[in-house]
Design a protein around this ligand. Sequence first.
Ligand SMILES: Cc1ncc(COP(=O)(O)O)c(C=O)c1O
Length: 359
Amino acid sequence: MKWPEHGGQPATMKQLFQLDKEKTILDFSANLNPLGPPEWLKKELNGQYESLTRYPDPSYSRSIASLAYHERVGEGEVLLTNGGAEAIFLAAKYFEGKKALILQPTFVEYARACKHYHIETEDIGLLPQDGFALPFDLVMEKLHEKDVLFLCRPNNPTGTVVPEKQIRALLDEGLKTNTYVVVDEAFVDFVPDLSLSALVASYPNLLLLRSLTKMYTIPGIRLGYMMGNNRLINILKAEQIPWSINAYADAIVPKLLEDKRFVDRTKLWLQEQSQKVRSSIASMGFYVSPSRANFYLLQDSQHPQQTDELFRYLFHHGVLARHTHNFKGLDGNFLRLAIRSEEENGYLVSALQKWRIVT
Ligand SMILES: Cc1ncc(COP(=O)(O)O)c(C=O)c1O
């Protein structure tokens, strides 16, 4: 079977598994904030209709100013991008033809972007038996042979977080051999005090990638940004396609960043629901990854070989999980599940209880 490369595609999955098009499905396969988008956004976008008739400001100066203010970095240290995806490909472009280290399992687009830009990659495995923790000594050892290390923090799909102390040590080591560390912080907004943006000023070899997609539930508008040393950002800006970010997206950045109540509410929801759903599931004999993000990996510890069957069972019971067939090192042996509303999480728990009874 050809599994789709990304989550969030219930219609495609229904076709693939020959489920009725009308069947109600709860989508746990995309890691979007269930509280979003913020209520005011619809009106705001409707009010922006006239933006359609003008080119966006090519320097996106209002958005850049608000991002710099919000992140406490210089305006020259920020680049607005067409989603986190463009940020990944721009970062890879900078290392065209060079050598990269990738920690696996992780988001598949780093490897795709590296392939696209003829970057030779070496994978280092994060192992389930080690709680998917960074094999720090091995990475330090390999770092000097490489031009760049790609890592995701919190990591998709494990939800695990490399400690800041280790990141600093990698950056210090990287400075000796001009090796960069690219940290994808697409999910960082969900976790209090986790961002590395304060390190941008001290480390010219650090590049941070961000996405506004997940927190604000706006995958359709395509908004992201990157932060790094001024020289690096200027080089990347010169590579970017002109008007890469549309006028609607540009118009909403300042308002999104000002809505701190929405972000705080989200963090509170996550703290409560993450704890609740993960402990309910673990208590039924399932492995749950030590995630700090709004998703986690799951495996039936009693039937670790039956992950595809579990996927199918859940789907037929109205729950769409994210398969892990295209995550290196997971090879389909885990499912990734988003943390959703209390009601939806409860529905998932009851579906897993039923599975436990039948297996
Ligand atoms: C880790 C990570 N980075 C980046 C992205 C891409 O984000 P965007 O939708 O903003 O392009 C995703 C999307 O799933 C992701 O999981």
